[in-house]
Write a new protein. Structure first.
Lengths: 327, 266, 556
């Protein structure tokens, strides 16, 4: 056996965090632009006279003056490309036009209704997170109950439509027990049932994600090492495994927010709560196109920003995403 | 084959009952789901009407049983649309050259910017409400999720060790596609369908509940929910029982899909 | 110092220099740190075969006992039993099971948690996954201090840095603030050792501490372990690496199938083994065995556990004319199997400066010989293998296969010649389509992927199985039901189905036990001679490389 050659090659590494962030932000802007384009195209697809569509669709019986005003405001006589860029410019300045059904600027309507939905979403997200954590930790114990809870989580997540859950909760807590009002009142007690309705299915999903990663972490070699150093059973969960379990759940919180807003459409309707969801529904029913597009775009904006933020958080919190391990 | 678990038996039984209700509803509930009987309206569940009656006196049990077919059909159709679109985008992205992948991924990202039902609502705002548009709307809203899943499956198969081995052995692109990539991807598609039907049923019925899908007097679960909406406080059975049918359908298809997935994995 | 009590007050103060600790240890009573007698461990039902079947061992302070055996022998299970960390499904019975005078079966949960870390420090293998990737290395080392001592946070911080330095980690302050992914394999293992030693345990259990480490790094780790024994710690070294054992252990116990079949001083056991299994183990190790000497010649084919050859492999008849056996230098008229000129590869990831992986690489692989490829991780071994297989194009330079252009050919021209070069990987399962049975895999290889019902296929499949020493009854089975050794043989059979002249083998035996490894190496050797194959052989195990290679190419 003869040693033939020794080949040397230097390795160099450069920094890339700033570049990554820049790329993500550029992607975010790109998505927003594309979303605006999609809505622009969608609106132009409505059959019939676009001016009529903006004012409530065919059969809205808008007056001729209103039609003329709409045409002028939206520049509908000009070539489509000019319309497009004009619209983009308006969106960039958060000018979404005029809601014909509410006789107010769309931006103003959104501003008023945003708070109610945000409140619901934030509370539901927090509750869902806590529930998911509790259920996930519980289901890692051994025993039939824990295992049943574990596999039941997914069913809860998928198969409980908001309207049915809302109905059942109202049935249980309002009609039968009388603890909470069926229609939202001003006080905090009017928040309980809506928040529960939104939180439970989400908790099912988050709980399942957390449970799987918790079980994964508990059976991993580094947890074994921790136990071999004398870590207590609870210490293993809270100091070691939970961090791993929480990561994917937190990473999903952007997406979770999106489903909460989507669910708010039903929940606000059922409980007659003021908010973007209920407003969006009536806008769709009334074919109030500026209002629909305005709300949808604002939600898309918030959602995209949130998912980018959770991506950034993921990258900061999980060093494995940043580096190729030096083996 | 492992023994059938209690969960699998239960969901299988439910699905069987649903199938019978869909194909031969008169076996379970003879009677006309559209027969009006104003004198018997708003009756709570009783011996005569096991699940109560609605605002026109129609028997709820009969309506639910006869509503199985249209309700499930909508769910399945929406799933097919969603998976079809998703597969188109996902396979194109996974198999095609880099620019096709970039393009489809960007498109999916944009669709993803509209969370949950919002995309469906936008579509309905453009195309108007109704059973057809709501079915397409649900398909559209679920398509991006499927596209992502299918694309990642296609990529993982394409980059797998066995496809690379096929390259080393000298197999051409077409051979690799037909002998290795396609068979290994389609096996996951089937599971996706079973898991997806439950979600589609729920979403489609949510749209009907909001008044944007099937409208009364059709005996479809979502439409029944819509008419029961105003009476939630007083006549709860009008919303509860159709909703329960939806929950059972979604739960049993999802559980069955999961157990198939678990069996195939081992 | 009485060697019996437990807890923070019993261990010497953290600042005690090693010499004093050694003196203290020398004054203990003569009772061994580890006393085991009649230990039996079963998993699952009462009639399940015992994972550990009535073994006895003892370790004194300052002594290093090596527990040697292959996977499934019960060595790791024994180590876990010492700290009672086997899980609920295990039944442990023993006449005596004592560590540092403590009766293990009688300890409660809290006492066991105190025992682990404070009295017994354990190192597991694969430090990359044994250190929490999300936690700072310093915190991992701090765990035992936090749990078992009453030092203040500041004192603990200082001690952590001392421990890292004592474990041979330069720049401890920097490293303590990093995460495990930022450290190299050797540093990670040292950090793991520091974490295990933090609370000054009386017993150190090292479970395969040097797996997959390069020779130099490995020796450093072993010396570190030896130093602990020198300071009076008892050490239980679990390893299948006989070289490591020879370097560090005072005594050796050989374990197989749950039983200890031989025990004694290291030198005696390794040079004059008494038991047949020990002799087979020593014969199977490629260390120091010359080229072309069958490792297991004259030794019985092995117990019917995994990957046994049921028949002596017979070479397959081949349709290609083959050159006569060639000497190591090759006859000048036949072109070399592989020829590389000026191969260079750079790797650019987005946002980073380009990294040169290979540069200006020249080598020849004469036909019928083996070129061993070694180097630390990241040195480009796998990249070179992929270039040889035509899966990657070099940035510069050229590779010739059997004297003709290979790396510079467009794929359409290369494809018809692909049958000439085949590949064997470390994990054969990854290269098998999960839907195929063994017969389908081999058929696919023979028929070049076409579906034919030709009657010539079946006998050829049987012939291939014969040539790698597998029974034809395995043809209908799926590879995931086979053992590691059997799977690798299937991979070899499949590669042979295309009748190649050159094989690229990327860590082909690294995942196999020593005796199975020896069988596969012997098989590869005899196939090379019978079929005049040329091998490009990659391995991190220098013993395997020295035994199998005619020439060696080292990458850095």
């Amino acid at each position: 056996m003869t040693l033939v050659a020794v080949q040397r090659s230097p390795a160099r590494r450069g920094g890339s965090a700033a570049r990554w962030l820049l790329a993500r932000l550029a992607g975010l802007v790109g998505v927003l632009w594309a979303a605006a384009t999609v809505t622009f195209i969608a609106v132009r697809l409505i059959p019939g006279d676009p001016a009529e569509a903006i004012l409530g669709g065919p059969g809205s019986q808008a007056s001729d003056e209103a039609l003329a005003a709409a045409r002028e405001q939206y520049g509908l006589d000009q070539p489509i490309v000019v319309q497009y860029f004009a619209q983009l410019a308006r969106y960039a300045m958060l000018d979404f036009g005029q809601s014909y059904s509410l006789k107010d600027s769309v931006a103003a309507v959104i501003g008023e209704q945003l708070g109610g939905t945000l409140l619901l979403a934030v509370l539901s997200l927090a509750l869902a997170g806590l529930l998911a954590l509790g259920v996930a930790v519980f289901s890692t114990r051994s025993g039939r109950v824990a295992a049943a809870v574990g596999s039941g989580l997914e069913v809860v997540a998928v198969a409980l439509p908001h309207f049915w859950l809302a109905t059942s909760l109202v049935l249980l807590f309002s009609t039968t027990l009388g603890w909470f009002p069926p229609i939202s009142t001003r006080g905090p007690e009017g928040l309980v049932l809506p928040v529960l309705t939104l939180a439970i299915p989400l908790a099912g999903f988050l709980g399942q994600v957390m449970r799987e990663s918790l079980l994964d972490a508990l059976s991993s070699p580094f947890v074994l090492s921790a136990r071999l150093r004398g870590e207590t059973a609870s210490g293993v969960i809270w100091r070691h495994a939970l961090r791993h379990a929480a990561l994917p759940a937190i990473g999903l919180s952007g997406w979770a927010f999106g489903t909460l807003v989507s669910g708010a459409v039903v929940v606000e309707t059922v409980f007659a709560r003021p908010g973007l969801g209920r407003t969006l529904l009536s806008a769709v029913q009334l074919r109030d196109v500026p209002l629909v597009t305005g709300i949808v775009l604002v939600v898309a904006l918030a959602y995209s920003v949130l998912t980018t933020a959770t991506d950034v958080f993921d990258r900061i919190a999980d060093p494995r995403l940043r580096q190729a391990a030096i083996a | 084959m492992r023994r059938i678990t209690a969960v699998e038996a239960a969901s299988g039984t439910v699905l069987l009952a649903l199938a019978v209700a869909a194909l031969a509803p008169n076996l379970i509930a003879p009677g006309d789901p559209l027969a009006i009987n104003p004198l018997a309206s708003f009756q709570p569940p009783s011996f005569a009407h096991l699940l109560g009656t609605d605002e026109s006196g129609r028997d709820l049990l009969t309506r639910i049983v006869h509503g199985t077919a249209p309700s499930l059909l909508i769910g399945v159709a929406a799933t097919v649309i969603g998976i079809g679109l998703g597969a188109l985008l996902g396979v194109a992205g996974g198999l095609g050259p880099r620019w096709v992948d970039s393009g489809t991924t960007r498109l999916v990202e944009v669709l993803f910017a509209f969370p949950g039902l919002l995309l469906a609502l936008l579509f309905i705002a453009v195309a108007g409400p109704g059973p057809l548009t709501s079915t397409v709307a649900v398909g559209l809203a679920t398509a991006p999720g499927y596209a992502r899943l299918i694309r990642s499956q296609v990529l993982s198969v394409r980059r797998s060790g066995y496809v690379e081995s096929a390259v080393v052995l000298g197999r051409g692109w077409w051979r690799r596609l037909t002998r290795h990539i396609a068979p290994n991807v389609t096996s996951t598609l089937f599971v996706l369908v079973t898991l997806g039907v439950g979600q589609s049923i729920v979403w489609a019925s949510s749209l009907s509940y909001l008044g944007l899908g099937v409208s009364p007097p059709a005996a479809e679960w979502g439409a029944m929910l819509n008419s029961g909406r105003t009476y939630i406080g007083s006549f709860w059975w009008m919303t509860f029982f159709p909703g329960l049918a939806i929950v059972l359908s979604a739960a049993s298809t999802t559980l069955l899909g999961r157990s198939i997935q678990n069996r195939v994995r081992t | 110092m009485a060697g019996v009590s437990l807890g923070p007050t019993a261990s010497p103060s953290p600042a005690l220099p090693p010499q004093e600790a050694a003196n203290a240890a020398a004054h203990t009573t003569a009772s061994p740190v580890v006393q085991v007698s009649g230990l039996t461990i079963r998993f699952g039902a009462m009639d399940a075969p015992a994972a550990v079947d009535g073994i006895s061992l003892s370790i004194n302070a300052g002594e290093t006992l090596a527990l040697v055996g292959e996977s499934g022998s019960g060595k790791s299970v024994t180590a876990r039993a010492l700290v009672s960390l086997l899980g609920g499904g295990a039944t442990v019975t023993a006449d005596v099971l004592r560590v540092a005078g403590l009766d293990i079966p009688k300890l409660g949960r809290r006492q066991l948690e105190k025992l682990r870390g404070a009295t017994v420090g354990t190192i597991t293998q694969d430090a990359l996954s044994s250190l929490d990737p999300l936690r700072l290395v310093g915190r991992e080392v701090d765990d035992a201090l936090r749990l078992h001592t009453s030092l203040s946070a500041l004192q603990r911080r200082t001690r952590v840095l001392e421990l890292l330095a004592e474990a041979g980690i330069p720049d401890p302050r920097v490293r303590a603030a990093q995460r495990s992914g930022e450290l190299s394999g050797g540093l990670r293992q040292r950090a793991l050792i520091a974490a295990a030693l933090a609370a000054n345990p009386k017993l150190l259990v090292a479970d395969e501490p040097t797996t997959a480490l390069d020779a130099q790094v490995r020796n450093g780790i072993l010396d570190l372990i030896k130093r602990q024994a020198d300071t009076g710690m008892a050490v239980l070294l679990i390893s299948h690496d006989l070289g490591a054992v020879a370097r560090v252990a005072d005594r050796v116990a050989v374990m197989t199938d749950g039983r200890i079949v031989e025990e004694g001083p290291t030198a005696r056991v390794l040079e004059a083994p008494a038991h047949e299994y020990t002799r087979r183990l020593l014969a199977a190790s490629p260390a120091g065995k010359p080229r072309h000497q069958a490792l297991l010649a004259g030794i019985t084919a092995g117990t019917p556990t995994s990957g046994t050859a049921s028949a002596v492999p017979r070479p397959p008849a081949s349709t290609h004319p083959r050159p006569q056996s060639v000497s190591a230098t090759g006859s000048p008229s036949t072109p070399p199997a592989l020829q590389a000129r000026g191969i260079a590869v750079s790797f650019t990831s987005r946002g980073e400066a380009p990294r040169t992986v290979l540069s200006g690489l020249d080598f020849n692989l004469p036909e019928g010989t083996t070129l061993g490829l070694v180097g630390p991780s990241g040195s480009g071994k796998t990249t070179l293998a992929r270039i040889a297989l035509g899966l990657q194009k070099p940035d510069a330079g050229e590779l010739l296969l059997l004297g003709e252009k290979w790396s510079s050919l467009p794929e359409t021209q290369r494809r018809p010649r692909r049958g000439l070069i085949g590949a064997i990987y470390q994990d054969p399962m990854a290269s098998f389509d999960p839907r195929f049975t063994v017969a389908q895999l081999l058929t696919d290889s023979i028929t070049h992927g076409a579906s034919t019902r030709s009657s010539a296929v079946r006998p050829r499949v049987r012939e291939l199985l014969d040539s790698v020493g597998l029974e034809s009854t395995l043809a209908a089975r799926r590879p995931r039901t086979l053992s590691g050794g059997q799977r690798q043989r299937v991979a070899i059979a499949r590669a042979l189905g295309a009748e190649p002249r050159v094989l690229v083998l990327d860590e082909p035996v690294s995942a196999l036990d020593v005796t199975i490894q020896a069988q596969v190496l012997d098989l590869l050797d005899s196939l090379q001679r019978d079929l005049t194959l040329s091998y490009l052989f990659i391995s991190h195990d220098s013993d395997v490389i020295e035994h199998m290679s005619d020439t060696v190419l080292r990458l850095d």
